[in-house]
Design a protein around this ligand. Structure first.
Ligand SMILES: Nc1ncnc2c1ncn2[C@@H]1O[C@H](COP(=O)(O)OP(=O)(O)OP(=O)(O)O)[C@@H](O)[C@H]1O
Length: 284
């Protein structure tokens, strides 16, 4: 089957520095794929080159088999590839609902006959509410965006992204600056995304990465060092070596593992409780 996203020898240079160096990557539809790597590995550059924010110096980007390498970001978005920014531009003085309604309207930008406008408006609003519900913000629809917390604003961005009916969403360090509770809420939201949505995420928090990703690609000096399921990446010696020297690395892996173990323990506890309920009450 044609992969949703394919990178063939993708390269991006800044003058004499090759920040992304001949990256090959194939991401099937519905995969949750994480890009990780030490500082300066080329993650942001690769991300921006895939999204069309930066122009490729060589190689190609294919979306559903179509070569989109020369398309600007807006055209890629129209084809279903959308990205989030670390610092996004929400309409702070507008309501949460209006922000998403505007995103919905942009997608269905068609000339409407006057007599259909009211019906169309109700449809837009219903759709916007549905996306806000998916993003866990149904209780904040009437609030101004300026009243939202940092974590809620990121949730709002997810609702706006969903409103564009994308096939690929690219998240750029989505949990940066979030509190532990906000991160937890965000991960839960990511886990509820539609199954056929393909996700590419650049994320420094390895706990988040190992919880969400089906596959992880590790970049080092602009090249793919390893690509595979989280369990294989965690134990990959070359990956461990690449992170050595960055003071946080081994600790980060250890932290991520501790997080996963804690999560597994919590899940085991929940299952044990559920088992008790099932044993006494049976399915409801
Ligand atoms: N605009 C630029 N001009 C020149 N060099 C750049 C530019 N942006 C990034 N670089 C260089 O390209 C290389 C890759 O940087 P990039 O930001 O893509 O890495 P990264 O993996 O995202 O790093 P970090 O985790 O620190 O954000 C680095 O050597 C960086 O210094």
């Amino acid at each position: 089957m044609t992969p949703l996203l394919e990178l063939r020898g993708l390269t991006r240079s800044y003058g004499s520095l090759t920040a992304v160096d001949g990256v090959d990557l194939t991401i099937p539809r519905g995969e949750r794929h994480a890009l990780i790597g030490p500082n300066g590995a080329g993650k942001s550059t690769l991300f921006a080159t895939v999204a069309g924010t930066l122009r490729a110096s060589g190689g190609s980007v294919l979306l559903s088999g179509q070569d989109i390498t020369s398309l600007p970001e807006a055209d890629r978005a129209r084809r279903g590839m959308v990205r989030t920014y670390q610092h996004s531009s929400l309409f702070l003085d507008c309501s949460v609902l209006d922000n998403v309604a505007l995103a919905v309207q942009r997608v269905h930008r068609v000339a409407h006959r006057f007599d259909r406008a009211a019906r169309r408006f109700r449809h837009t609003e219903a759709e916007a509410r549905r996306h806000l519900d998916s993003a866990g913000l149904s209780g904040r629809t009437g609030d101004k965006v300026s009243a939202l917390s940092h974590g809620e604003r990121r949730q709002l961005e997810v609702a706006m992204v969903l409103a564009t009916e994308p096939s690929l969403v690219m998240f750029d360090e989505p949990t940066a600056g979030m509190s532990a509770a906000e991160t937890e809420r965000f991960v839960a939201l990511m886990e509820r995304l539609p199954e056929d949505l393909t996700v590419l995420i650049v994320e420094h928090d390895l706990d988040v990465v190992f919880r969400l990703a089906d596959r992880v690609t590790v970049l080092h000096l602009g090249r793919v060092l390893a690509s595979g399921p989280p369990a294989a990446i965690r134990t990959d010696e070359a990956v461990q070596r690449a992170y050595l020297g960055s003071a946080r690395t081994e600790d980060l892996f250890a932290e991520a593992e501790a997080g996963i173990e804690a999560e597994a323990e919590a899940e085991a506890g929940t299952e044990a409780e559920a088992g008790t309920e099932a044993g006494t009450g049976g399915p409801r």
